[in-house]
Design a protein around this ligand. Structure first.
Ligand code: AP5
Ligand code: ZN
Length: 216
């Protein structure tokens, strides 16, 4: 299966991805994580992306399509893709379809993480992340076992540079203007499943499970 997770910043895509990945044996490709990796390694691409990400705008379609194209061809991605944070524009959505088409593949399901805008600020401000793995925690809603430390590696957690009220506003505008229009693209293909992502983490997980295994 190839599955896409779409939702505004802080809607829970990265929180739910590891379980879906494990259940279906998919390859989790999160363009935000890939870009943050490039930034922390100081690559040329990372240098280009850093400023754009820090101010909450979308990086160019060309850059993210290049990242996905390269990752899709890795052997670990043979079994299926779990796309998190990609596609985010109409150009990306169409390009993804044509890349898959050339491999005789297609997108099977798109899960929309639906939340009201006003709950996102608390999620974003309380988030702490383990950069190397992309795992995210929340000081109140999903705290690590030991404060400030990743459960699996014992390494420190940090706050993302774009996780503040001002940049969040920009990221939400980008979502509403550029990303949410592609929901219709998938609705018209009859593969869009809407999840109430305002529920508690385990209830969101349950809804995802249902939409993946039962054909609702
Ligand atoms: P990206 O990393 O994709 O950020 P985003 O889309 O803004 O999404 P987030 O990672 O902020 O949210 P999430 O849904 O993963 O939430 P999480 O599960 O962590 O992109 C960053 C930047 O990279 C972009 O701004 C752009 O510049 C660039 N970029 C990336 N992809 C691009 C693309 N395709 N094209 C162009 N540019 C691109 O949860 C958030 C918090 O809430 C956590 O603390 C979590 O513990 C908590 N939480 C989760 N679920 C619940 C729940 N049900 N109840 C209570 N708390 C919860
Ligand atoms: Zn994320």
């Amino acid at each position: 299966q190839n599955i896409i997770l779409i939702g505004p910043p802080g809607s829970g895509k990265g929180t739910q991805a590891p379980q879906i990945k494990e259940d279906l044996c998919l390859c989790h490709l999160a363009t935000g994580d890939m870009l943050r990796d490039a930034v922390s390694q100081g690559t040329e691409l990372g240098k280009q992306a850093k400023e754009i990400m820090d101010r909450g705008d979308l990086v160019s379609d060309e850059i993210v399509i290049g990242l996905i194209d390269a990752a899709m061809n890795e052997p670990r991605c043979e079994r299926g893709l779990l796309l998190d944070g990609f596609p985010r524009t109409e150009v990306q959505a169409e390009k993804l379809d044509s890349m898959l088409f050339h491999k005789d593949k297609k997108i099977d399901k798109v899960l929309e993480f639906k939340v009201d805008d006003d709950i996102l600020i608390e999620r974003i401000e309380g988030r702490r992340v383990h950069v190397a793995s992309g795992r995210s925690y929340h000081v109140k809603f999903n705290p690590p076992k030991v404060e400030g430390v990743d459960d699996q590696t014992g390494e420190p957690l940090i706050q993302r540079k774009d996780d503040n009220a001002e940049v969040l506003r920009k990221r939400m505008t980008a979502y509403h203007d550029q990303t949410s229009p592609i929901l219709n693209y998938y609705r018209n293909k009859n593969i869009l499943y809407t999840i109430n992502a305002m529920a508690a983490i385990d209830q969101v997980q349950q809804q995802i499970h249902e939409s993946i295994y039962n054909k609702i």
